[in-house]
Ligand binder design. Structure first.
Ligand code: C2E
Ligand code: MG
Ligand code: MG
Ligand code: MG
Length: 273
């Protein structure tokens, strides 16, 4: 019997394995046409001021309505898009969509503040990224301060000189900049102070730790240090993945400026009213 069930386990494992491989191949094959077929859309998640409890911004998060696989999240396809050289085109689509939405919000007097997008390493590192942003803003008459760009530490660290140039150019357009997933990547403290960023986004893992008995002490220490570092460099702090009111209370008490997470709202398709 033991032998039999062992064989079944392998069979199940093989099936799962080949199912994953099948999905991956399908994603890879359909990716090049997905933009033209209109299968991508952006969801938006609110960002809140922890003191006034008012919404100060929105983060655009990419979704793919795959005809066979259903709704896919970035974790299912961003890496493949990078590998197949499609990230620049996809990023350009995201930029256009987000700015179009920001323009519509402006026109309707909707005070949602800043619309943030995520930029990947290959986008930030590509020649002319800042020029494309400038162009997209100008075409739709959106002032730079209505757009924010989130980058991860590793993106900045990949090509320091180019990153610096690009970030400074974006800054001169008034575009806001944030370091995403702070604390999870590799970066040197001496670089953080040199980058012209407005906001540091504390990674959700530290936020989750705030009300987990096993990780409370460590998470408190890290969050406190990041807030103090950011503030003394003149930056604001946003906590990612805020799910409970306990976390929100603690974060506010520690001086964290903004929060984002399921407590305030899940990412969702927004229609402009
Ligand atoms: P991120 O920028 O750190 O975005 C936060 C992620 O956490 C999102 O996952 C969001 O749906 C999720 N999230 C928000 N609040 C909560 C919460 O309270 N609890 C939990 N458990 N999760 C929460 P998502 O949408 O799957 O995106 C994953 C990552 O994909 C993003 O991480 C970002 O790095 C990347 N990404 C998303 N959209 C784009 C895009 O347009 N371009 C690029 N280059 N990357 C993108
Ligand atoms: Mg982000
Ligand atoms: Mg993040
Ligand atoms: Mg994250």
């Amino acid at each position: 019997a033991a032998k039999g069930s062992g064989r079944n386990q392998y069979a199940v494992h093989d099936e799962v394995h080949s199912e994953n491989a099948r999905r991956r191949l399908l994603v890879q094959a359909s990716l090049p046409h997905a933009i033209d077929r209109g299968e991508f859309r952006l969801h938006y998640q609110p960002q809140m001021d922890l003191t006034t409890e008012e919404q100060v911004g929105n983060e655009a998060l990419l979704r793919w309505d795959h005809p066979e696989l259903g709704v896919l999240k970035p974790g299912d396809f961003i890496e493949l898009a990078e590998e197949s050289g499609l990230m620049r085109e996809l990023g350009q689509w995201v930029l256009g969509q987000a700015i179009t939405r920001a323009a519509a919000c402006l026109a309707s007097g909707d005070g949602i503040g800043v619309t943030w997008i995520n930029a990947s390493a290959s986008e930030l590192d590509s020649e002319g990224f800042a020029a494309r942003v400038e162009d997209a803003l100008a075409r739709r008459g959106v002032p730079g301060h209505r757009l924010g760009i989130e980058i991860t530490e590793s993106v900045v660290m990949t090509n320091l000189t180019r990153a610096h140039r690009t970030l400074n150019r974006l800054r001169s357009l008034g575009v806001q900049l944030a370091i995403d997933d702070f604390g999870t990547g590799y970066s040197s403290l001496s670089y953080i102070g040199q980058f012209p960023v407005d906001i540091i986004k504390i990674d959700s893992s530290f936020v989750a730790g705030l009300d987990s008995p096993a990780r409370r002490r460590e998470s408190f220490a890290i969050v406190t240090a990041v807030i103090s570092l950011a503030h003394s460099l003149g930056m604001k702090v946003l906590a990612e993945g805020v799910e409970t009111s306990t976390q929100a209370l603690i974060l506010h008490g520690l001086g964290c400026d903004q929060g984002q997470g399921y407590l305030y709202g899940r990412p969702r398709a927004l229609t402009i009213t």
